[in-house]
Write a protein that binds this ligand. Structure first.
Ligand SMILES: Cc1cc2nc3c(=O)[nH]c(=O)nc-3n(C[C@H](O)[C@H](O)[C@H](O)COP(=O)(O)OP(=O)(O)OC[C@H]3O[C@@H](n4cnc5c(N)ncnc54)[C@H](O)[C@@H]3O)c2cc1C
Length: 397
């Protein structure tokens, strides 16, 4: 029996487990392979919609699904917290379901805000980026704002979904226009040297931000928030006063990874950026937001990584020598307000493209919210294969 264990049942865990269940249908039926997922949360949220909850008033209930409903019945779901991972002895310990051993492991534990990294941020920030519940608080707050300085942007690196701070500024700008809140201003702070770091994207989006009156404050590495005087203080010594703060916090990995020999000093799992194998271990993989790969922390990244890893594990079990790699392909939708969007499209070997914002791109993003729950189960695999072409599953040379 080949025992496959997936730790973390968010986007990456679901995509990998369900793909493996399809690829190993016969082996599972013959009790030659099993797939187990450990996930601590009984509900999952479609994270990209947090922005629409915070700035457009979308109903949080629409973006949640029970975790159990997202896995095919061939996958065993253990709803529990993983508390330690031992890659040498091949076992994971859980909070209340004991130890689970494995022959193959995929770590897909994601990442979450690291408020401790920036003193004063927790007390001052309203977070649209981390849960539907917190995002909904922002929309209620917006209804009370008539004047004042609203600061948006990046409170520290790294964070997931690179365009989300910029998109949220555009969405808030649309909101202020729609509800005729003329007394409030938006300032965008970023540690980068321009509004969006990739120049080909920036040249499309920065002029739109300027035309909308969004002030852009570059090379602003937030050191701390002075909560008493309501000021942001940067490492460069600059100060920005604020009335309202809607920043994306820096992120970190779950504490279970702190001090692991397979994670770097900051807790990111050390992988080969294309094969997603964990450095120094056999049959051990990590995908998605939790890795130290120089790829964008996005759902598209974890989708394409999951396809390569699932196929490689299945081929290993079946004795097939073909192996696949993740090409570094990104495909981040980037809303710029006015029902238009561009996409951040690149790979490890090709620079990010210049794509004009359009209504069609905006529609593609909107459609993904509907497709998402089916996509983690593989329902739209044929569409994704056509859309991503070679980047969907590229054979290792
Ligand atoms: C506001 C926002 C907008 C975004 N927009 C986009 C977008 O437009 N396009 C896009 O492609 N991506 C977008 N993303 C990014 C995308 O949602 C993530 O990159 C993706 O979910 C990463 O998948 P993952 O499996 O690595 O992590 P996750 O989906 O976060 O899953 C990690 C799972 O691990 C579980 N877990 C953690 N610790 C433990 C433990 N100790 N034991 C058991 N389980 C544990 C968690 O409960 C979670 O379910 C956005 C993200 C945000 C926040």
């Amino acid at each position: 029996m080949h025992k496959i264990l997936i730790v973390g049942g968010g986007a990456g865990g679901e995509l990998t487990a369900n793909a493996l269940a399809r690829l190993l249908k016969k082996e599972i039926a013959a009790s030659e392979a099993s797939i187990t997922v450990i996930e601590k949360s009984a509900m999952q949220e479609f994270q990209p919609e947090y922005l629409h909850i915070a700035f457009e008033g979308e109903n949080p209930k629409k973006i949640r699904r029970p975790t159990k409903a997202l896995f095919t019945p061939k996958v065993k779901l253990v709803l529990d917290q993983a508390v330690s991972i031992d890659l040498k002895d091949r076992k994971v310990t859980t909070a209340s379901s004991g130890q689970i051993d494995f022959d193959y492991i995929v770590i897909a534990l994601g990442c979450h805000p690291n408020y401790d990294a920036v003193p004063g941020l927790r007390e001052s920030n309203m977070d649209f980026h981390t849960s539907a519940e917190d995002a909904a608080k922002i929309y209620r707050k917006l209804k009370t704002i008539k004047t004042g300085s609203i600061i948006m942007g990046i409170a520290g690196l790294p964070y997931k979904c690179p365009p989300s701070p910029n998109e949220s500024a555009f969405m808030l700008s649309d909101y202020l226009k729609e509800y005729k809140v003329s007394g409030a201003s938006i300032t965008f702070i970023t540690p980068y040297t321009r509004f969006y770091p990739a120049e080909n994207v920036n040249k499309e989006v920065e002029p739109i931000a300027e035309a909308q009156g969004i002030k852009i404050n570059t090379v602003f590495n937030l050191d701390h928030v002075d909560t008493a005087s309501k000021k942001l203080i940067s490492m460069e010594g600059d100060e920005v006063p604020f009335d309202y703060l809607f920043l994306v916090p820096p992120h970190k990995t779950p504490t279970i990874l702190s001090g692991s020999d397979f994670a770097d000093k900051d807790g990111w799992v050390k992988v080969d950026k294309k094969r997603l194998t964990i450095d120094g271990y056999e049959n051990a993989y990590a995908i998605g937001d939790v890795t130290n790969a120089p790829s964008a922390k996005t759902g598209v990244t974890v989708h394409l990584e999951a396809m390569a890893v699932a196929n490689n594990i299945a081929n290993g079990i079946k004795g097939i020598s073909t192996r696949y790699i993740y090409t570094g392909r990104t495909n981040c939708p980037f809303e710029v307000g006015g029902h238009k969007a561009t996409f951040v499209v690149g790979t490890y070997d090709t620079p990010v493209k210049d794509i004009k914002p359009s209504f069609e791109n905006y529609m593609l993003k909107k459609m993904m919210a509907t497709f998402y729950w089916g996509s983690v189960k593989g329902t739209y695999d044929d569409i994704f294969k056509r859309y991503f072409g070679e980047d969907y599953l590229k054979q290792e040379q």
